[in-house]
Design a protein around this ligand. Structure first.
Ligand code: AMP
Length: 190
């Protein structure tokens, strides 16, 4: 099923290598070309800003969700199709989860990882059946994937959940994997 509304978590920083911004832009352009709606954290800064700008520049629709407190720090994007200003981080995440049909993380910091892990663990628990992907630019997520494999080896995670994670280094390939995802797992506690 087509992932019409895609939530993207990514860094509020640019990273040290220009490859991170370039791939955020590639994804933004690809989303616009495919008429997909980008749901993201609503900021103007770092990879988040580059992603939104490129999608908008190519005629895409972009919905931002930002908490009041961060409106000035992360500089809320003024040109979005829609901007939701919410009270808390929890509201930000639940609004994004409600609006999205799928979730992707691009390279980013603790905020990005936290947001992505939350939705991934929700899928393990069967709270949703939406695809969760990682855009593995520059092998950025290799250490994280190795950690998850270690977690499985040590008996803390079922390997079925690892197989639910869609990984690709190219935005187009990742979107194709997201579109053809069909949840074939058993939720953790059922
Ligand atoms: P970072 O990857 O740390 O640059 O953060 C990327 C985005 O995640 C920024 O918009 C942060 O405000 C956001 N963020 C950081 N921590 C959280 C959290 N606990 N819940 C929701 N968003 C967060």
């Amino acid at each position: 099923m087509e992932t019409k509304n895609l939530a993207v978590f990514c860094g509020s920083s640019t990273g040290t290598d220009s490859i991170y911004i370039e791939n955020a832009e590639k994804l933004g352009e690809e989303l616009a070309n495919r008429n997909r709606i980008l749901i993201y954290g609503g900021a103007q800064v770092g990879c988040m800003g580059a992603l939104a700008d490129t999608s908008l520049r190519n005629g895409g629709s972009v919905v931002g969700v930002i908490p009041k407190k961060l409106k000035d720090v992360e500089i809320a994007h003024e040109q979005l199709t829609e901007l939701h200003v919410v009270e808390t981080m929890h509201e930000r995440k639940s609004k994004m989860a409600e609006l999205a049909d799928g979730f992707v993380a691009l390279p980013g910091g603790a905020g990005t990882l936290e947001e992505w892990f939350e939705v991934f663990t929700w899928s393990q628990l069967g709270y949703h059946a939406k695809p969760c992907g990682l855009l593995n630019v520059n092998g950025f997520f290799n250490p994280l994937i190795a950690m998850l494999d270690h977690t499985i080896e040590q008996g803390f995670m079922n390997k079925n959940y690892r197989e639910m994670i869609l990984v690709a280094s190219d935005p187009k390939e990742l979107l194709e994997k997201m579109d053809s995802y069909s949840p074939s797992y058993t939720a953790k506690w059922t």
